[in-house]
Design a binder for this molecule. Structure first.
Ligand code: AHR
Length: 495
C-alpha cells in the first residue's frame, strides 16, 4: 500500500454541478423502450398506463434530471405524428437502424411525457433533420408547447393533454455527420440555421436549442461548424458524443491490462472536454453556449445469443468505474458542461437497469449514479490528487493511468468527495487535506467494489454487487484507505 494525498481546495470553485450532468437517454432500440420501459396497458407485467412499474420505481430513485428521446439514429428517421392519437391506429414502421424490426409507435410523445413526469425528468426531444423537414420539427414544437388555440394545440388536447408539455430541450438532429444525414459541418450548419430560425419559444417554454457536435473529440467538425454558423445566435447547447468502446472480448471477460485499457479510454473524456471547450471559447468568448455530451458510455462487442443490432450488454464493476471516472470529469468542468446523457437508460449499452420478462436488475452503473447524487447542485471545488501512476500494456505499447482520481463538491457545510481506485489488486491509502482550514465533524460514505473485477448482477443473483454503507470516524489527519477496484463516495460535515 502506498501513501497519496488528495488536497481539496475549498476556495477554488469549478462551477455549480448541474443535475443535468446525470441525464439519461432512451432510444427506440432493442429492448430499451419496448420491454424495458414500456410493456403496454394489456401486459401481465405490472404497469402504470403501459410503463412498467418496477423499472419506474427503480429509476425514480435515481431522480433522472433529464431524459433524451427518441434517438439516437432513430430520431432522424422518426416522424412524430406516427406516435400520437389512438394507439391501434398508429402506423407500423420499419426501424431502419436497429435491426429493421417493426416499430408500432405505441410509445409516442404523450407516453414519453408521462414517463418523464413519473420520473421527475425534464424531456429532451431530438428532432429529425436527416429525413424530416423544418415544418415537421416546428409543428412538433407547436404541438408540444403552444398554450393557445391553434389546430395543433387542439389536437394535443383531443389526445388527452390540453395543457402544453413545456419542452425546453430540443436537439436539432442527431449525429448529423453520420446517421443523421451524413452532412459535412458546413452543410449541417446551414441546416441548423434553417431549422432554428423557425423553432421559437412558444408559451414560455424557455427554449434551449442544441446543435449536433462532434463524433468524439473531432476538432475539425467544431471549427468548421462554428465558422459557417457565423454569429447566428439561436444556439444554446452544443452536443458531442463519446463512446469509450471496449477492451477485451466482453463486458465480463477481460484481463487486467484490458481492465486498465478501458478505464484509460474512459479518462479521455477529460481531453475532449478540455479541447472542445477551448475551441468553443474561440467562437463564443462570452461563454453563452453550453457544452453537452448527450451520448456517452461503454460499447462492448455484441453479446452471443442476442440480436447484435439490439446492443444488449452486461454491465460489470469495470463499467461502474467508467461511469464514475466520467461523472468526475464532468464535475471538474462544471462551469462549462451543462448536460450529459449516458447511453442508455434500459437494456441497451451502459444501462441502469436490465429486464427479462417480468424481472429487473440494477446494474453497477445504476449504483454509481445513485452514489453521485449528493454532488448535484453542489459547488464543484478543485481536488488535487498526488498519487503514483499505474503502468499497464496494450500489446507492445506501455501506458499508464492515475492511481486515484475523483472530484469534490460542497453544499453549505456538506462536502462530497468521490474517488475511484482503478488498481486491480492494491488498496490505496491517502491523506485527505482540506486547504483553507476547515475540519471534518462527521463522516459517512458508500462504497462499490468486489473481489471479482467482472462482478455483475444477474437475474438469478440480482445483488451480486451492490453498494456498501460505510461507518466512519473523523480523524486528524484525515486518512482513508480506498480498496482496489473501487468507487467511494465520502460525505463530510465541515466546521
Ligand atoms: O446509442 C446508440 C447509437 O449510438 C445512437 O443511436 C447513435 O446516436 C450513436 O451512434
Amino acid at each position: 500500500m502506498s501513501a497519496s494525498t488528495i488536497t481539496i481546495c475549498l476556495n477554488e470553485p469549478t462551477g455549480i454541478i448541474r443535475p443535468e450532468l446525470h441525464g439519461q437517454f432512451a432510444e427506440h432500440l432493442g429492448a430499451c423502450i419496448d420491454g424495458g420501459l414500456w410493456v403496454g396497458e394489456e401486459s401481465r407485467i405490472p404497469n402504470l398506463g403501459g410503463l412498467r412499474t418496477d423499472v419506474l420505481e427503480a429509476l425514480r430513485k435515481l431522480r433522472p434530471p433529464v431524459l433524451r428521446w427518441p434517438g439516437g439514429c432513430f430520431a432522424d428517421d422518426y416522424h412524430w405524428e406516427d406516435g400520437i392519437g389512438p394507439r391501434r391506429e398508429r402506423p407500423r414502421r420499419v426501424n431502419l437502424w436497429w435491426g429493421q424490426g417493426i416499430e408500432d409507435n405505441h410509445f409516442g410523445t404523450h407516453e414519453f411525457i408521462h414517463l418523464c413526469r413519473y420520473l421527475g425528468a425534464k424531456p429532451y426531444l431530438a428532432g429529425n433533420v436527416g429525413s424530416g423537414t423544418v415544418r415537421e420539427m416546428r409543428d412538433w414544437m407547436e404541438y408540444c408547447n403552444y398554450a393557445g388555440d391553434s389546430t395543433l394545440a387542439r389536437r394535443r388536447g383531443l389526445n388527452g393533454s390540453p395543457l402544453p408539455f413545456g419542452v425546453s430541450y430540443w436537439g436539432v438532429g442527431n449525429e448529423n455527420w453520420g446517421c443523421g444525414g451524413n452532412f459535412c459541418p458546413e452543410d449541417y450548419a446551414a441546416e441548423y440555421k434553417r431549422h432554428a430560425t423557425y423553432l421559437r419559444d412558444l408559451s414560455g417554454a424557455n427554449l434551449f436549442l442544441i446543435a449536433c457536435g462532434p463524433d468524439g473529440n473531432n476538432a475539425d467538425w467544431t471549427r468548421r461548424f462554428f465558422s459557417k454558423l457565423g454569429g447566428f445566435p439561436r444556439i444554446y447547447g452544443y452536443a458531442a458524443h463519446y463512446y469509450c468502446g471496449t477492451a477485451g472480448p466482453s463486458a465480463i471477460q477481460f484481463d487486467t491490462n484490458q481492465w486498465y485499457e478501458l478505464l484509460e479510454k474512459a479518462g479521455r473524456m477529460e481531453q475532449l472536454l478540455i479541447e472542445q471547450r477551448a475551441l468553443l471559447d474561440t467562437f463564443d468568448p462570452q461563454r453563452k453556449i453550453g457544452l453537452i455530451v448527450d451520448e456517452w458510455g461503454v460499447w462492448h462487442f455484441p453479446t452471443p445469443g442476442r440480436n447484435a443490432a439490439h446492443l444488449w450488454q452486461q454491465n460489470a464493476l469495470r463499467d461502474a468505474l467508467v461511469a464514475a471516472i466520467t461523472l468526475d470529469a464532468f464535475n471538474r468542468h462544471a462551469d462549462k458542461i451543462v448536460m450529459a446523457n449516458i447511453a442508455q437508460i434500459a437494456n441497451v449499452l451502459q444501462a441502469m437497469v436490465l429486464t427479462e420478462g417480468d424481472r429487473m436488475i440494477l446494474t453497477p452503473t445504476y449504483h454509481v449514479f445513485d452514489m453521485y447524487q449528493p454532488h448535484r447542485e453542489g459547488r464543484g471545488v478543485r481536488a488535487e490528487f498526488t498519487v503514483p501512476a499505474i503502468a499497464f500494456a496494450v500489446g507492445e505499447e506501455k501506458r499508464q493511468i492515475a492511481g486515484l482520481c475523483g472530484s469534490a463538491s460542497i453544499k453549505g457545510k456538506a462536502l462530497t468527495l468521490t474517488v475511484v481506485n482503478p488498481h486491480a489488486t492494491l488498496p490505496m491509502d491517502a491523506n485527505v487535506e482540506l486547504r483553507d482550514g476547515a475540519r471534518v465533524m462527521e463522516l459517512s460514505g458508500s462504497l462499490l467494489t468486489h473481489d471479482d473485477l467482472a462482478a455483475h448482477n444477474t437475474f438469478d443473483a440480482p445483488d451480486a454487487i451492490s453498494v456498501q454503507h460505510l461507518v466512519l470516524e473523523p480523524t486528524l489527519p484525515w486518512r482513508h484507505t480506498f480498496p482496489p477496484a473501487s468507487i467511494t463516495a465520502l460525505r463530510a460535515r465541515l466546521t
